[in-house]
Design a protein around this ligand. Structure first.
Ligand SMILES: C[S@@+](CC[C@H](N)C(=O)[O-])C[C@H]1O[C@@H](n2cnc3c(N)ncnc32)[C@H](O)[C@@H]1O
Length: 145
């Protein structure tokens, strides 16, 4: 598996710029949220890979979902937790500091939906390297997406 500690280092060094990213790219957020509303059923349990500072985690929790929020960056994950705590929604979220290419640290829970959003989250997964994408069958309920 490639060493991607440089990605964690990048986000840990300047978490504020990632926190603001979707405010600068409102269209990306709006289009993604539209897809979420269309395809993520109400009440679905969610594994959110690369939650960063919680730009989606917070509205997903407001929508009533239970979420396992995973990120490589301890700084961003802390910001995500702070945001959810401030909104009084942290009890719906489990915050996990991990490289999502290795989800063995999570117990064998199956999720209704797995979300992997944003450019560098996706680029840290190499689909040509067998096994480096989380295997859908091992993390989704039957019929999940
Ligand atoms: C560009 S941000 C996207 C954040 C958010 N999903 C969005 O769409 O705005 C990429 C995030 O994915 C995290 N990330 C990248 N590769 C990861 C991996 N292998 N495991 C866990 N988190 C990862 C980074 O730490 C960062 O918080």
């Amino acid at each position: 598996m490639d060493d991607i500690s440089d990605i964690a280092f990048y986000y840990d060094t300047d978490p504020a710029s990632e926190e603001d990213r979707l405010a600068r790219h409102q269209l990306e957020f709006d289009l993604t949220w539209r897809l979420i509303e269309r395809f993520v059923p109400e009440g679905a349990t969610i594994l959110e890979i690369g939650c960063a500072a919680g730009a989606y985690t917070l509205p997903l929790a407001r929508r009533g979902h239970r979420i396992v929020a995973v990120d490589l960056s301890s700084q961003l994950l802390a910001r995500c937790r702070d945001r959810l705590v401030s909104a009084g929604l942290a009890q719906q979220v489990r915050f996990v500091l991990a490289d999502a290419r290795d989800l063995d640290s999570l117990e064998q829970t199956l999720y209704d939906v797995v979300l992997l959003m944003g450019p560098s989250t996706i680029s840290s997964f190499d689909p040509t390297e067998n096994g480096h994408w989380p295997r859908r069958s091992s993390i989704c309920v039957q019929g999940g997406s």
